[in-house]
Write a protein that binds this ligand. Structure first.
Ligand code: C2E
Ligand code: MG
Ligand code: MG
Length: 746
């Protein structure tokens, strides 16, 4: 009867075990296998125990009384261990933690529990147990493993996000079911009554059925294992000590089994704790190394970034300085890296002495440092930065004096600082301003930042405009040049324009410096040359043979792509060498005179003309006039503008005209804005006039129209002059059409 009552559920369990296989899948297979092994072992041991208890005929020699109980006890203990392991694997599967299971601590805890059990049953309750010593230990073992399996399941449930997983709740119910008979077994003198075994089997059945419950799939959080390990180990050690203390007080001395169990438990837990502490120390060391700068010993970039992020997130008032050394590269280049390193160490030590104790000094890399100081106003921070600059002082190294300066940008946290990167960027902008202005220290300036950002955005646009050929944003306008004596068109100057998609039409003063700064001048010149070739071919087709001037910057004269491009353009046939004129300024000749001169000679050797632009504003040197292969001088428009009221300027222009003609060059007057100016430049000996009087720079299609209009106006004018002399009609204003074109060029 008892056998059936015990065996049936056990067989049921076995049957279910087989049927459960498809329910459990993937990474869950491992832990479910252990969770199911528990009930299986209990069922099996219950079966064996029931068999042994019912066969007393086998005789006491073969099966001593109580063997069934012992088998079941061992089975239950093993089942507890299997379930515990399954629970830990469950947690690992949920949290993705692969750290070692804390088996040593758990074993230690089991031993301490057994010690407590010994103490409680034997000494405190003074249980009149009919249990032998080993039977008691067996029952305590079952109780201990069951408590641990239950405790582990309770512990991991919230940690692994299993609170909503019904399987876990069923498992916990089953484990509570195990706890009751385990405790009862202890209290009831170890008698594993059939009723108690039935409770075991019922609980085992629930545990077996648990995986069938619906599954929640949300992932659990990661468990900080090292922390919980130390806590667990400490708890075990503490419980051991308390047990021992209680034992000593109650018994007036140590009971050997309790002492042995406590010692073994504490040893196991202690051993594991030493291991964890060692790991943590190692980790701390690695972290420290990862947070300091090797060369100077101050914090490194990573640690500064973390600190900045913290103050910004917690909105703590703080000032950040970015420090960039001046002339450090010179020291490095001149005296070598060892001297450079010495300077960096010297400087960071000097900063360290000057900074308050709570400041964080970091080396960001190269010769860049940063300082983060909490509770510092902008004014105080700027003052501190100034002190840092003066604290640096020179370094005497192997008889040499190594001296560097520093540019420091200062920014403080305000309402607009949302992320650490905001604060860093502001301090960086301020540092850049300190560097470019040479002021040493500069506080963050919003207006400067906005301008710098605009410049950056414009640079990006420029790159797109220049590098994407199809963008059509780079265009050329043409401004006519007129012969002062005949009024006929003598040529045109090509002037670059940028059709910016948002900002509209931009003149060179808005973007040429940007082009130069970004090393794009070569590319721009190529583009302009190609456009000039295309348009010039179109005029020729329309019957206008014109000379076209285009501007070269200083960098163009040393750009190896210049001559090949000129050759390519000439080869394209759009323009003849004698129709092409390249304008250079006196200043551009100064940067690299020999190379510039060689390039100019190579240009003229191709039959292409050279013009000295803005003549009189740069570093004019008469000795150059002797060697320059130029065919044209363009006096700057500032001279033309002063002609009306300044006799000295008039004298200079007249003298220049004389000089140019004697050297076989044309003289062009730029900036002719009215008839008066035109009359004067004519009188002073200029050959060609260029200016708003004739026309503003025009887009190619308007320029072609202007050419046509101008030519017909010339014909009319010539006819009028003829008829004037014969008294036939009034003269026609030459510049009517000019005004029209000028307004259309907008
Ligand atoms: P630049 O070569 O001296 O060109 C003459 C400048 O004077 C042009 O300005 C023109 O619009 C302006 N101008 C002409 N007549 C008058 C006048 O009567 N009154 C006044 N107030 N101004 C007049 P723009 O087009 O703004 O060009 C400025 C400068 O940009 C040019 O000075 C030239 O140095 C440079 N530049 C223009 N295009 C290019 C280019 O394709 N490449 C390079 N490297 N520089 C260029
Ligand atoms: Mg020019
Ligand atoms: Mg000019």
């Amino acid at each position: 009867m008892v056998l059936t009552a015990s065996a049936v559920p056990a067989i049921l369990v076995l049957g279910l075990l087989v049927r459960l296989r498809p329910v459990v899948a993937g990474r869950e297979v491992r832990f479910q296998r252990f969770l199911l092994a528990g009930p299986l072992v209990i069922a099996a041991s219950a079966l064996i125990a029931a068999g042994l208890d019912l066969e007393p005929d086998l005789g006491p020699d073969l099966v001593p009384p109580g063997t069934g109980s012992l088998v079941f006890t061992l089975g239950a203990g093993l089942a507890g261990a299997l379930v515990y392991h399954g629970v830990i694997l469950w947690m690992q599967a949920r949290t993705g933690t692969v750290a070692s299971t804390e088996n040593l601590i758990t074993a230690g805890a089991g031993l301490i529990l057994m010690a407590i059990g010994n103490l409680v049953t034997g000494r405190i309750l003074d249980t009149p147990s009919g249990l032998g010593f080993w039977q008691l230990q067996g029952n305590l073992l079952v109780f201990g493993t069951t408590v641990i399996a239950f405790g582990s399941a309770v512990w991991i449930t919230p940690l692994s996000g299993l609170l909503r997983d019904r399987r876990m709740w069923l498992s916990l119910l089953a484990l509570t079911g195990f706890l009751v008979p385990a405790a009862a077994g202890l209290l009831m003198a170890g008698q594993q009554s059939p009723a108690l075994r039935l409770v075991w089997l019922l609980a085992a059945t629930i545990l077996t059925l648990a995986p069938l419950a619906p599954v929640s799939t949300e992932p659990g959080p990661a468990v900080p294992l090292s922390q919980s390990s130390i806590f667990g180990a400490l708890l075990v050690i503490f419980a051991g000590i308390v047990t021992l203390a209680v034992q000593v007080v109650l018994h007036n001395g140590a009971d050997r089994p309790v002492l042995v169990l406590v010692l073994a438990g504490v040893l196991l837990a202690g051993h594991r704790m030493i291991g964890v502490v060692g790991q943590l120390t190692q980790l701390g060391q690695t972290r420290r190394e990862a947070l300091t700068d090797e060369l100077t010993g101050v914090a490194n970039r990573r640690s500064l970034l973390a600190a900045v992020e913290t103050v910004v997130t917690e909105r703590r008032p703080a000032a950040l300085m970015i420090i960039d050394l001046d002339r450090f590269k010179e020291v490095n280049d001149k005296y070598g890296h060892i001297a450079g390193d010495a300077v960096l160490r010297h400087v960071s030590a000097a900063f360290g002495r000057e900074l308050p104790a709570h400041a964080l000094l970091a080396r960001l890399g190269g010769d860049e440092f940063a300082v983060l100081v909490e509770d510092l106003s902008l004014v105080t921070a700027v003052g501190l930065a100034r002190r840092l600059v003066s604290a640096m002082g020179p370094l005497e190294d192997e008889g040499r004096v190594l001296e560097v300066g520093a540019s420091i940008g200062v920014a403080v946290l305000d309402g607009g600082t949302r992320a650490g990167s905001d604060l860093l960027r502001r301090a960086d902008v301020a540092m850049y301003q300190a560097k470019t202005s040479g002021t040493g220290v500069h506080a963050y300036d919003r207006a400067f930042d906005a301008a710098a950002q605009q410049r950056r955005a414009l640079t990006e646009d420029l790159q797109e405009a220049l590098l994407e050929r199809d963008s059509g944003q780079i265009v050329v306008f043409f401004q006519p040049q007129v012969d002062v004596h005949t009024g006929l068109v003598a040529g045109a100057e090509a002037l670059v324009r940028w059709k910016h998609p948002r900002l509209g039409l931009l003149t060179p003063d808005r973007f040429l410096q940007l082009v130069e700064d970004n090393g794009l001048m070569g590319t721009l010149t190529l583009r302009v040359m190609e456009l000039v070739a295309i348009h010039s071919a179109q005029w020729r087709a329309a019957g206008h043979d014109l000379r076209v001037s285009l501007n070269l910057s200083a960098t163009c004269l040393t750009d190896p792509r210049l001559l090949p491009t000129i050759d390519e353009v000439l080869l394209g046939g759009g323009i003849q060498p004698q129709d092409l004129l390249l304008e250079v300024t006196e200043t551009s000749l100064m940067t690299n005179p020999d190379e510039a001169l060689a390039t100019m000679r190579a240009i003229t050797a191709r039959g292409v003309g050279l013009s000295i632009d803005d003549y009189g504003t740069g570093y004019s040197s008469l000795s150059y006039m002797n060697v320059l292969p130029a065919s044209e001088l363009k006096i700057d428009r500032s001279f033309t503008a002063r002609l009306g009221h300044d006799p000295r300027t008039a004298a200079i222009v007249a003298g220049t005209a004389e000089l140019a003609h004697r050297l076989g060059m044309r003289l062009v007057a730029e900036g002719t804005e009215d008839e008066d100016a035109l009359r004067r430049v004519r009188e002073l000996g200029c050959d060609i006039s260029q200016g708003y009087l004739h026309s503003r720079p025009l887009p190619p299609e308007n320029f072609r129209q202007w050419l046509a209009d101008h030519n017909s106006a010339q014909k009319i004018s010539a006819a009028t002059e003829l008829s004037d002399s014969t008294g036939l009609s009034d003269s026609t204003e030459l510049n009517d059409s000019t005004e029209l074109s000028a307004s259309s060029s907008g």
